[in-house]
Design a protein around this ligand. Structure first.
Ligand code: 2M8
Length: 440
């Protein structure tokens, strides 16, 4: 295991840039929000300064309205959804002198901040918390103001990229009933989408069969274009949104982030604004409305249809991480995790159930196991006292990485690696899982 840790540090060192660590070479070279948080959670074990620097860099790109963008562009690197496509400058809230995305990603920053705090000496811990507290509060306030005003206390997301699980089936189901843009229909009719396959840039690094399809990618591009047309202003976008989903993963992570932010505020003796505390409470209570008794599962809700999106995905297990569900429900989710007809694979956790019609074992977010979602589940299981289940998943995750290398994702039945190689959050989270008390 000492070797695994050394190799993981090497991967992170190779992927390090000025002030942040890129998710991977070639395919993802800019700074991504939740990647940076997972990476910092690993880096804190051997270079806490680097972990802190990347968090400060994320916060330095915060928009004037409080949003922390899902990507910060670093000049000079190629990327298909690049700064000229995002054009963050169309919004009056975007920071000057840096180009970013116009949406956010799962709010993992409070988790990374607390994990960093845990390895700092007490005096330094408090000054660290003080230095990130206000921007974090502003970020959570933005989430409730911009994305929580529509109803019952949950926040909604406008684009699948905000969930981090880009092509996850429930989101793709949500656009199935919407007409595709005319130009995409035309492309499909003339088979130009097949031609476009040859022009793809991502497939230089990863086989097309492991990535999103051209049609999916262009559909997501169309959604981006529509949000950009409204200058990334949620109120305007919500008049005719391409997507408007109370995402289960996002809300689970936010509920946990709220608890951690509250802990930070207690530690530094600076109370949270009362309106934010009230929004946090409502959010937590509203999680129950995502439960479907008939099928015994949690789902995201499509606010346009006013209904739960009953397509199963790994999101179903994320309320474990939220920490706000009853113990009996947590137990039920742990049973789903072990069930071979749902998530019980040899190399868990598949991102859609093994028996789902969507299941494709090596296609991006539609079947493969990912180390970051495993980490969230392990953490949740531990907090519910489901220690045996947590330890089993920790061991199988480390075994997978040791067997197959630090890849972006893995075939959940064979353990075969897929996606980008030398992937940073896989390496970082392996370091963190190795540092857990009971090392394998
Ligand atoms: C993937 O997302 C980006 C778009 O945001 C992409 O496809 O280029 C997702 O896996 C996302 O969760 C991740 O943060 C990002 C970088 O690793 O890649």
């Amino acid at each position: 295991m000492a070797d695994l840790r050394r190799h993981a540090i090497n991967v992170l060192t190779e992927n390090a840039r000025d002030g942040y660590t890129a998710p991977a070479q070639g395919l993802y070279t800019h700074q991504h929000l939740w990647d940076s948080c997972f990476i910092a959670i690993g880096q804190r074990h051997y270079d806490v300064q680097q972990a802190m620097t990347s968090m400060y860099r994320l916060l330095s790109a915060q928009w004037d309205n409080g949003m922390i963008p899902h990507i910060i562009f670093e000049p000079g690197w190629r990327y298909w959804w690049n700064r000229r496509i995002w054009r963050s400058w169309v919004s009056g809230y975007a920071p000057r002198g840096v180009n970013t995305g116009g949406i956010s990603q799962p709010p993992m920053i409070a988790e990374a901040a607390v994990r960093i705090g845990q390895v700092l000496p007490p005096g330094q811990q408090i000054s660290w918390y003080r230095s990130i507290y206000r921007p974090l509060v502003a970020y959570h306030e933005w989430l409730y103001r911009e994305r929580g005003g529509h109803g019952n206390g949950l926040v909604l997301q406008l684009h699948p990229w905000e969930t981090g699980l880009d092509t996850t089936p429930p989101w793709l189901e949500s656009c199935r009933n919407d007409p595709a843009p005319w130009w995409l229909d035309l492309m499909t009719a003339t088979r130009a989408d097949k031609l476009a396959n040859h022009l793809r840039w991502d497939t230089r690094y990863v086989p097309a069969s492991q990535r999103s399809s051209v049609t999916e990618a262009l559909r997501l591009y169309d959604a981006l274009r529509r949000i950009r047309k409204d200058k990334y202003d949620a109120a305007a976008v919500l008049r005719h949104p391409p997507f408007a989903i109370e995402d289960l993963t996002y809300n689970s992570i936010l509920v946990r982030a709220n608890t951690l932010l509250k802990n930070i505020s207690d530690d530094i003796g600076e109370p949270l604004p009362a309106s934010l505390e009230s929004a946090m409470r409502k959010n937590e209570q509203a999680m129950a409305s995502l439960w479907d008794q008939a099928s015994g599962s949690y789902y995201s809700r499509d606010t346009r249809a006013g209904a739960l999106l009953k397509e199963q995905s790994i999101a179903a297990l994320m309320p474990l991480y939220s920490g706000c569900i009853e113990t009996s429900r947590a137990r039920h989710l742990a049973d789903m995790l072990a069930d071979p007809a749902i998530f019980g694979a040899p190399y868990p956790v598949p991102t859609v159930p093994l028996t789902s019609r969507w299941f494709k074992p090596t296609r991006y977010w539609q079947g493969p196991a990912w180390v970051n979602t495993n980490w969230l589940i392990i953490d949740g299981l531990h907090r519910y006292g489901l220690t045996g289940e947590a330890e089993t998943l920790r061991r199988t995750t480390l075994e997978l990485v040791r067997k197959s290398g630090f890849y972006e994702y893995y075939h959940p039945i064979t353990g075969q690696p897929a996606g980008a190689k030398d992937f940073s959050w896989t390496a970082a989270l392996a370091i963190d899982l190795l540092s857990a008390p009971d090392q394998t």
